[in-house]
Design a protein around this ligand. Structure first.
Ligand SMILES: Cc1cc2nc3c(=O)[nH]c(=O)nc-3n(C[C@H](O)[C@H](O)[C@H](O)COP(=O)(O)OP(=O)(O)OC[C@H]3O[C@@H](n4cnc5c(N)ncnc54)[C@H](O)[C@@H]3O)c2cc1C
Length: 318
């Protein structure tokens, strides 16, 4: 049972008439446990004083007003995917403001995707792909749109269209003084610039307007190597990254873990009819040369076979 304090208790009391069963106190045991253990990382199961799930900007504004009046502390969560305790989780001294109900997805006539702050990239990729489109998003489906772009946003093909933050046309933001503003190249341009990778404390982002691009067929593989081969793996990483300077279709991640090094090799092939599997595979030769050395061989895909897929399936594979 979390130890609440006067500000959080007061804020909860004030917000219950607005949010009703979406103001979740420890007394609502089942809902409370669902919210407390929602994040995949158990480091974030810290049991807040309560979990608040507004579903409109008006409700969100009410919550902010009450926090200010009561001096209640709060953490903001869109998906809770960030594993750092205290980022989108709180202990019993504070509340969690959970934006997971902000789920709008709308495509404008100009091809801009307006996406609610509570959406995950898996949801956005699937929705965009049904429309023949994609956007620069995370390499894992459960990552949230809001935290991703606010942190800069490294996609599968960073040299193709830039970072996730580069792809944001506009942020809808609730400011601390209760104003809902759009931050973009024309309105609040300083805020727009700050939000593009500058972090999460400039306001509550309620919606993100994203550039979209025609859906690309892509090729990918993930290979696992022994950490004993770290020198060769580092050299291969440098070689492929040098090639990326010339060829924006290349995507790579090298992920050192306890006992295994995972290397994701991606290729964005724009013209499937003219695709050349051998050309795409050859850019990863420095890694393929390592294959005979890898220990404990296990790969999700056998080499960079010319299997064509999409961002959605790639991100579901990771
Ligand atoms: C398995 C895994 C894979 C990942 N893959 C990638 C990747 O491919 N590329 C990449 O760049 N990053 C990646 N990340 C990192 C990820 O982008 C960050 O953890 C990001 O903070 C997650 O954002 P979220 O909205 O899902 O999470 P949350 O935990 O909900 O929020 C993260 C932070 O953002 C703040 N925040 C959330 N929503 C809002 C909002 N609407 N307004 C203001 N602040 C808000 C929260 O308060 C918190 O501080 C990965 C992380 C993991 C664990």
């Amino acid at each position: 049972m979390p130890t609440t304090n006067k500000p959080t208790t007061l804020a909860l009391e004030h917000l219950q008439p607005f949010l009703q069963d979406r103001a979740i106190t420890p007394a609502l045991t089942a809902q409370y446990n669902t919210s407390a253990t929602g994040p995949w990382s158990q480091t974030c199961w810290t049991r807040a004083a309560g979990y608040l799930l507004p579903q409109t900007v008006a409700e969100l504004t009410q919550a902010l007003v009450k926090f200010k009046h009561t001096h209640a502390r709060f953490a903001l969560r869109s998906t809770g995917h960030n594993p750092n305790a205290g980022f989108s989780s709180a202990d019993g001294s504070a509340l969690v403001l959970d934006l997971s109900r902000f789920r709008e997805m709308e495509l404008t006539a100009e091809g801009v995707a307006r996406v609610g702050a509570g959406c995950t990239w898996g949801e956005v990729y699937g929705w965009l792909e049904a429309r023949g489109l994609e956007a620069v998003g995370a390499r894992q489906v459960q990552v949230g749109v809001a935290g991703f772009v606010l942190g800069g946003g490294m996609g599968a093909f960073p040299n193709l269209y830039g970072t996730g933050a580069d792809g944001v046309r506009s942020f809808q933001v609730l400011l601390a003084d209760g104003r809902l503003v759009n931050a973009n190249a024309h309105e609040y341009p300083d805020l727009y610039r700050a939000l593009k990778g500058g972090g999460t404390n400039f306001g509550i982002v309620t919606r993100v307007d994203l550039e979209t691009h025609p859906l690309r067929p892509i090729q990918y593989t993930i290979e696992l190597y022994s950490p004993d081969d770290y020198m060769e793996i580092n050299k291969a990483t440098v070689a492929v990254q040098m090639a990326m300077e010339e060829n924006p279709k290349i995507g790579l991640f090298t992920n050192f873990n306890d006992g295994v090094v995972a290397v994701g090799m991606f290729y964005a092939d724009h013209h499937p009819a003219a695709s050349s599997p051998s050309a795409s595979a050859s850019v990863f030769t420095p890694f393929h040369d390592l294959l005979p050395r890898k220990s404990d061989s296990f790969s999700f895909n056998a080499g960079l076979t010319p299997t064509q897929s999409t961002l959605s399936t790639l991100t579901h594979s990771i």
